[in-house]
Design a protein around this ligand. Structure first.
Ligand SMILES: NC(=O)C1=CN([C@@H]2O[C@H](COP(=O)(O)OP(=O)(O)OC[C@H]3O[C@@H](n4cnc5c(N)ncnc54)[C@H](OP(=O)(O)O)[C@@H]3O)[C@@H](O)[C@H]2O)C=CC1
Ligand SMILES: O=C(CO)COP(=O)(O)O
Length: 313
């Protein structure tokens, strides 16, 4: 299997470092003016087995392409480069729902590149941890079980352990929705509401993730696995998470660098649209969408959530 990673941000670069343990990897980015250390992943020197290029046709000579682009940028990239990507195995690592089309990355790929084989790589993993070679477990989702097994073996290393599933919908929804809940958890901690409030948000957030995902055809066990609950726990509990930090800054009324990739903000808006279509109740996501747009204050958001009608768990 010849492997390339498209997108030289923090995560694409970290995956290139990790997967170069198995053989040569090409890392494509649109702005690769740096040489062996990517400013998006400072302190990490690329191994010799990683070739960095800004030549997309060259990178796309590989048969298996990992797409490490932000969710809201993916569709434009796919449609602009559909010809180059034809017939490839395309594995998305984006954790979000496209705001315009209200679909996850796998559906975007299937629409833009109908003859590509589609898979999703997701789960609890900070780029910096992966790049440092710390032990990490991820989920490889592919509806074709045979292809999924081949990819699982090709993309596992001694410190990167992949589990596999055929539930692509569940795997990508878990990764997208946890970012929304992580913003809410960050708000709670930033606003000084305490660890008990965070635990309530994480638990009720998981209920919300499970409810919407079930309506969209995901399996409950996928949501309870690495790609759902596992990533929710990680992202809601660490200042390494950009989504959590974004929420934290909102809660603490501090500035936040607008150039930072925060997938959960746009995804919260997409989730409210999807939930409306599916008739699912998503009060935390709805609040995060309003907070991200600045249409509600942190104090009012928490009060509105706490004063909803009492109900069964
Ligand atoms: N960082 C992490 O720990 C993890 C991230 N992910 C997911 O991976 C995805 C990417 O995140 P991450 O790498 O961290 O993000 P970064 O913000 O570090 O990097 C984003 C990258 O995407 C590139 N990019 C943006 N738009 C385009 C485009 N139209 N064409 C080509 N390249 C483009 C940027 O290029 P440029 O530099 O030129 O702007 C940049 O290299 C997200 O969905 C994220 O949720 C998943 C697991 C862990
Ligand atoms: O997805 C991640 C960890 O699994 C990274 O989270 P952030 O995008 O919030 O940094």
């Amino acid at each position: 299997m010849k492997l390339a990673i498209l997108g030289a941000g923090a995560f694409g670069t970290a995956l290139a470092v990790a997967l170069s343990a198995n053989g040569p990897v090409t890392l494509w980015g649109r702005s690769t003016g740096w040489s062996r250390e990517n400013p998006r992943l400072p302190g990490v020197t690329l191994p010799d087995a990683v070739t960095v290029t800004d030549d997309l046709p060259r990178a796309a000579q590989a048969d298996t392409l990992l797409l490490a682009l932000p969710a809201q940028k993916l569709n434009d990239f796919l449609t602009a480069n559909a010809r180059i990507l034809r017939g490839k195995t395309l594995i998305s690592t984006a954790k979000g729902i496209d705001l315009t089309r209200l679909t996850g990355p796998s559906q975007l790929i299937a629409t833009a590149c109908p003859d590509a084989a589609v898979a999703v790589l997701t789960g609890p993993s900070f780029a910096a941890d992966i790049a440092r070679g710390l032990p990490t477990a991820l989920t490889l989702a592919c509806t074709d079980a045979g292809r999924g097994k081949v990819l699982q073996h090709a993309l596992s290393t001694p410190v990167l352990r992949l589990y596999r599933t055929t539930d692509v919908t569940g795997a990508e929804l878990g990764g997208a929705l946890k970012n929304v809940i992580a913003i809410a958890a960050g708000v709670a901690i930033g606003a000084g509401l305490g660890d008990s409030a965070r635990a309530a948000i994480v638990t009720r957030g998981f209920a919300e993730m499970s409810r919407l995902s079930a309506r969209l055809g995901a399996r409950p066990e996928t949501l309870a696995g690495l790609s759902g609950l596992g990533d929710l726990m990680l992202t809601c509990s660490s200042m390494q998470s950009r989504n959590f930090r974004f929420g934290h800054a909102k809660g603490a009324r501090q500035d936040f660098d607008a150039a930072t990739t925060v997938e959960g903000a746009a995804t919260a808006l997409a989730v409210t649209g999807l939930a409306r279509q599916m008739g699912a109740d998503v009060p935390i996501a709805a609040m995060v969408a309003q907070l991200a747009q600045g249409s509600v204050s942190v104090g009012d958001a928490m009060e509105l959530l706490m004063n909803r009608p009492l109900k069964e768990e």
